[in-house]
Design a protein. Structure first.
Length: 365
């Protein structure tokens, strides 16, 4: 029996984020491809995955890891090393683990970022206990050796931004090709307003983790009493942020796509203070004709055109964020320029580049 032409491997399907949307785009283009992942929590990730053949690693039997995937860090490297994928081409969507899968055909890695806990540990550990920091420090040398071997096993290494390209070169010595991720949100889909939210607010869409700096965005609106902020996202800082939020800030938590579409369409603009590897949310906002005030860092330097699709602040603290929000609110932005910018990230363009990479490495081409 001939082996499948394409398979997909992803780190873990336990949340809703840009990396998971990339996997859904790949799965939509290759609907017969099996998706291999370490952990799968259908309730916490996008429901569209239920329509695909998702196969998990043995560690998925431990429910606690599905709900707290950081606890799986010591076992993910050996778990992926034992995964063998039989396909002509295996697409690894990786931010640390999936590129370690063993394959019988060619391997293409689409890297969202080299493992943050290995190469940007200070950001990853923010808010963690001292014991966790000591444990990670002990694991770092062997994990870096494993990670480098995994990266060098790829036939093609692709990255989502110029910033990640630099990190990949520094970590592995690989000169990767940049293919920006797609804007996969369906602009034409139904829209529904979340309860209690009226149009005319600033929007922040982010997982609620320390390095995302959502707390600084929330604090900035204490200095902007005439503005309103709506925060979309979940994470370990949810309760802390809700307790600290001033009265003009609403933290919605997780929303469905029809609500997210309404929020993008009804906001004045987006505020993004996180340390992002690419920064997809400004492109999503631009698709709805909305500008972004963002941290001048990492992937945002690719996904935002200063003065056309947004403005920058140089430090993720309340003062600079406040000034950037005021600047964003005072400028007149061209919806046409914004939507034209977002068109550059259409799924068709992304998939065309992926198809070219597959054709380049496919056996017997």
């Amino acid at each position: 029996m001939p082996r499948p032409p394409v398979a997909i491997v992803h780190d873990y399907l336990t949340q809703r984020g840009g990396a998971e949307r990339v996997v859904l785009t790949l799965a939509g283009a290759y609907p017969d491809a099996t998706i291999y992942t370490s952990l799968y929590d259908p309730e916490e990730t996008f429901p569209e995955f239920a329509a695909h053949d998702v196969r998990t690693l043995p560690i998925d039997r431990l429910a606690v890891l599905r709900h707290h995937h950081r606890l799986a860090l010591p076992v993910l490297a050996p778990a992926f090393s034992r995964l063998h994928v039989d396909a002509d081409v295996t697409l690894c969507s990786s931010s640390g683990w999936a590129h370690g899968a063993q394959v019988s055909g060619a391997k293409i890695v689409y890297c969202h970022n080299p493992a943050r806990w290995l190469y940007q540990a200070s950001q990853y550990q923010a808010g963690s206990s001292r014991l966790a920091a000591y444990g990670l420090a002990a694991l770092t040398p062997p994990l870096r050796r494993w990670d480098r071997r995994a990266a060098l096993s790829a036939d093609r290494y692709l990255v989502n931004s110029r910033a990640v390209r630099t990190r990949v070169a520094d970590a592995y010595g690989i000169d990767a090709d940049v293919i920006p991720p797609p804007v996969a949100i369906d602009l034409a889909g139904p829209r529904r307003a979340p309860r209690g939210v009226e149009p005319g607010f600033l929007l922040c869409v982010s997982r609620l983790l320390a390095y995302k700096n959502v707390g600084a965005v929330v604090a900035a609106f204490d200095q902007l009493p005439d503005q309103r902020l709506v925060v979309v996202g979940t994470g370990p800082l949810t309760d802390e942020l809700r307790a600290a939020a001033p009265s003009n800030v609403t933290i919605l938590g997780r929303v469905e796509d029809e609500e997210l579409r309404w929020l993008y369409g009804s906001c004045l603009g987006l505020v993004a203070a996180s340390y992002e590897d690419f920064g997809l949310t400004p492109v999503e906002a631009a698709a709805f004709g909305k500008p972004t005030a963002a941290l001048r860092w990492g992937g945002f330097l690719d996904s935002i055109v200063e003065g056309e699709t947004g403005c920058f602040f140089d430090d993720p603290t309340p003062g600079p964020i406040t000034e950037a929000v005021r600047s964003l609110s005072e400028q007149n932005w061209s919806a046409q320029l914004l939507t034209e910018h977002a068109d550059r990230y259409a799924p068709e363009r992304f998939l065309e580049k992926i198809s070219e990479a597959i054709a380049d490495v496919r056996p017997g081409r």
